[in-house]
Design a binder for this molecule. Structure first.
Ligand code: CMC
Length: 389
């Protein structure tokens, strides 16, 4: 087989050079464009991080205001797209509707699909960032039987999203600042993670010179699986299942350790982190803060017990399995009022600038080639058709 090496899951293959995100999985370090995630979490908003990831630098005040303005300008979606979203069967998973809607943006913006035209790429970037929260909120409202709420161009990016999702707060109050700050922080923490499954997908699709809309739509589908972004939904379902069987955390851990049960502790383990995922530390703190407001939370208590038991159990210790970004996020989203099947959609909004930054980096990379891995063939040698066939 010559120089071809077998590398399932591309665990040992670097497919590109990248200047966007640095991860040291042994030390639990994550940086966007050189800035530690903890610092960005403290000091930067999601819109600023979008600029950082996509353009390489944090925006000046002027650049930030200009980007926010353009996002407001393009936030609304055409009525025909709303009709299309409404045509999905009730009960369709929001990730299915989201990826379809993003793919459909290529039809509504057919003149902004050419990867070779920098002005079109720039506009497609803004259109996606501006419209994804509107589409997501529309999906949430209609799938829960509520009338959609149009964007309000007097609000910031995240406030506007929360208002579209939950409706204008009663009594003329603004969007709860703690929730809006928490949502912004969660988006920042999800914004990029180098060549994870969905970002690798965006690059693979983009390498054929498919449009940004087509590539991001593919990324959303990759994100939907339970081993990737779908894990945030799976964690909550796991906690609910444990609660249903009397909160027996020990039996659940025993089941996970039984190789025949094929049960995983969802929200644990990572291909790259063999130490604490720095995002999960921030998210646990945030969960404590948000959930403290509503008094005790049974599912949060179960999650804390699971984490404590797993971190002192040799099965998890030996395999270096730690809580990942998805372990506590669902509890926060649930406390905010999102239904379980919307959790991965929230991950997608956060990850969007990362997908766009990688797609654009690929476009500018002189070494980029169409993604086309090889295989080791293990099927039959040449054979004759059965007699009489
Ligand atoms: N629970 C129980 N055992 C696990 C888990 C887990 N969550 N994760 C890994 N293992 C075991 C696995 O069974 C294997 O054991 P053995 O060597 O005895 O066969 C060993 O640890 C190595 O696992 P792997 O599947 O080879 O690791 P991977 O790098 O291919 O997979 C992963 C990484 C994230 C898919 C995996 O850890 C997993 O399935 N975790 C649960 C799902 C999850 O939380 N996904 C979110 C990932 S982080 C953010 C995101 O991408 O959304």
């Amino acid at each position: 087989t010559g120089l071809v090496t077998l590398d399932p899951g591309f665990a040992n293959t670097a497919a590109c050079r990248s200047e966007i995100t640095y991860i040291d999985g042994e030390a639990g370090i994550l940086r966007y464009r050189g800035y530690p995630i903890e610092r960005l979490a403290e000091a930067s908003t999601f819109v600023e991080v979008c600029h950082l990831l996509i353009h390489g630098e944090l925006p000046t005040e002027q650049e930030r205001d200009a980007l926010s303005e353009r996002l407001r300008e393009h936030a609304d979606i055409p009525d025909a797209l709303r009709d299309l979203l409404n045509a999905f069967p009730r009960g369709a998973h929001p990730m299915t509707v989201l990826s379809s809607a993003v793919n459909t943006l290529a039809a509504f913006h057919a003149d902004d699909c050419d990867p070779g035209d920098p002005a079109q790429v720039e506009l497609a970037t803004v259109l996606l960032l501006a419209k994804l929260p509107t589409i997501a909120a529309h999906i949430h409202r209609t799938s829960t039987g509520q009338a959609p709420v149009p964007p309000d161009d007097s609000l910031g990016y995240v406030e506007n999203f929360l208002r579209m999702a939950f409706g204008p707060p009663s009594g003329g109050a603004g969007v709860d600042p703690l929730l809006s700050k928490a949502m912004d922080l969660l988006f920042v923490l999800h914004a990029d993670h180098e060549l994870n499954c969905s970002t690798a997908t965006v690059r693979v699709v983009g390498s054929s010179q498919a449009s940004l809309f087509a590539s991001v739509s593919a990324g959303i589908n990759a994100l939907s699986g339970p081993l990737h972004g779908g894990a945030n939904q799976a964690v909550l379902e796991m906690l609910e299942e444990i609660r249903r069987v009397d909160g027996d955390v020990d039996s659940f851990i025993k089941k996970v350790k039984d190789p025949d049960s094929r049960t995983r502790l969802m929200g644990f383990g990572h291909r790259v982190y063999k130490n604490f995922d720095p995002r999960s530390k921030e998210i646990k703190r945030l969960a404590q803060q948000i959930l403290a407001r509503q008094g005790s939370d049974e599912l949060f208590d179960l999650a804390l017990q699971l984490e404590e038991k797993a971190l002192s159990d040799s099965y998890f210790v030996d395999r270096r399995l730690y809580p990942n970004v998805d372990f506590y996020t669902g509890l926060i989203y649930r406390a905010m009022g999102f239904p379980t099947d919307m959790f991965t959609v929230l991950f997608a909004i956060g990850r969007l600038p990362g997908w766009i930054a990688h797609w654009r980096e690929l476009l500018a990379d002189p070494d980029a080639r169409i993604a086309r891995p090889r295989q080791l063939y293990t099927g039959p040698n040449e054979r004759d058709l059965p007699a009489g066939g």
